[in-house]
Design a protein around this ligand. Structure first.
Ligand code: MG
Length: 385
């Protein structure tokens, strides 16, 4: 169904490079609605509910998880896609799928698993998200994975090494030819940034790991904060923070819309091929906002992501992931039968690296609490196995 409101350089069903395994077109939906719906029905998507964004799942019910983060990214992405006449369904699909490959325990988990996989091809959550939708979901009668459209898969793969790009085929190509992805992919990427910068401020304050006083060193926050407390001197602290966070999002979104429009007016792409051939991304902040954003990111890295309480959790996560990996590598009989079978097949096909990849897939798929209970079952003699 062609959508007349879409810009000529937006991705649409008609200019899509299609699915890996050809399928009849959906009867009532667009191709990208179908992609989104498949993602929502995947097991990996449901598991995002119990995976850490910054705070481990059991630390509190109010914090963002990977699931609520992905929904916020989708919301921001969709809103902007509509303003810019881009494909909303594609933007939403990429946003909902972008973190499917995340390990338990956020970045600490990913770093630990990458270290474990050092001699076996490494581990990268971005590549893993693609692996989830291309291979690991086992639901459909005719193929492994979700058989998503090229543009959704391309959007999931935000970055990758040249070696990986060569191995990946179609979605890796643009890294070798230095082409840009679709505008929808570019948008989902920045929407991710806007979402986590803003919600990490909110969650960090809620957890008491960072303070308003500290945040006032950051220009982007201070501007909004002063504005809110001047206009509403008697507002409760909780509402002030919410008001500031919503204005933070609004300010970044407005800049993104204006700056992207200006860049597109200048480049004047007539088609998606023009978008791909442009020397740089057309969706992005202006230089002023890029600077402000960087300042906020630097602050969060220093004050929140490296806060000693976050570091303690990271150290625990590291131990859990590393111990699980070593235990399963030393003895595949400890794995649940379906993974033990895969280990057998993959060891025959690719040796130790094949075996390690199956173990990494198993661990990466775990939720925080599942990883903790697997650890308990394996290492605590008082726990049932
Ligand atoms: Mg994300």
């Amino acid at each position: 169904m062609p959508d007349v409101k879409l810009a000529p350089y937006a991705v649409r069903d008609e200019n899509s490079r299609g699915r890996r395994f050809p399928e009849p077109p959906p009867r009532y939906r667009s191709e990208f609605q179908r992609d989104r719906d498949r993602i929502v029905h995947s097991a990996a998507f449901r598991r995002l509910e119990y995976k850490t964004q910054v705070f481990v799942n059991h630390e509190g019910d109010m914090y963002r998880t990977r699931l609520t983060h992905s929904l916020e990214v989708a919301q921001i992405g969709r809103a902007i896609a509509r303003i810019l006449h881009l494909n909303e369904d594609l933007t939403e699909s990429i946003a909902l799928a972008h973190d499917l490959g995340h390990t338990p325990f956020g970045h600490a988990g990913q770093e630990a698993l990458n270290r474990c996989m050092r001699d076996h091809g490494g581990f990268e959550h971005n590549l893993q998200s693609l692996r989830v939708v291309d291979e690991l979901e086992e639901k459909y009668a005719d193929f492994n994975g979700l058989n998503l459209n090229f543009e959704t898969r391309e959007g999931i793969l935000k970055h990758c090494s040249m070696a990986d790009a060569r191995a990946l085929g179609d979605v890796g190509e643009r890294f070798l030819t230095r082409q840009q992805p679709s505008l929808e992919a570019q948008l989902a990427n920045v929407a991710d940034e806007i979402a986590y910068n803003s919600h990490d401020v909110d969650d960090g304050l809620r957890a008491g790991l960072i303070s308003v006083e500290q945040l006032c060193e950051v220009r982007l926050f201070r501007e909004q904060y002063e504005c809110v407390v001047t206009s509403y001197p008697d507002l409760s602290r909780r509402r002030v923070i919410h008001e500031v966070v919503r204005r933070l999002i609004d300010r970044q979104v407005s800049d993104l819309v204006d700056s992207s429009r200006a860049r597109m007016a200048e480049a004047a792409p007539a088609s998606i091929d023009d978008v791909r051939g442009a020397p740089g991304a057309l969706i992005g902040f202006g230089s002023g906002m890029r600077q402000l954003n960087l300042e906020l990111k630097r602050f969060l890295r220093k004050a929140l992501y490296r806060h000693y309480r976050v570091m303690r959790m990271s150290a625990k996560a590291d131990r859990v992931i590393t111990s699980l990996f070593e235990a399963f590598m030393n003895d595949a009989c400890l794995l649940p039968p379906e993974y033990a079978d895969k280990v057998r097949v993959q060891t025959e096909a690719a040796g130790v690296a094949g075996r390690a990849r199956v173990v990494a897939d198993y661990i990466a798929g775990m939720t925080d609490r599942y990883a903790i209970s697997e650890y308990e079952r394996l290492f605590n003699p008082m726990k049932a196995t």
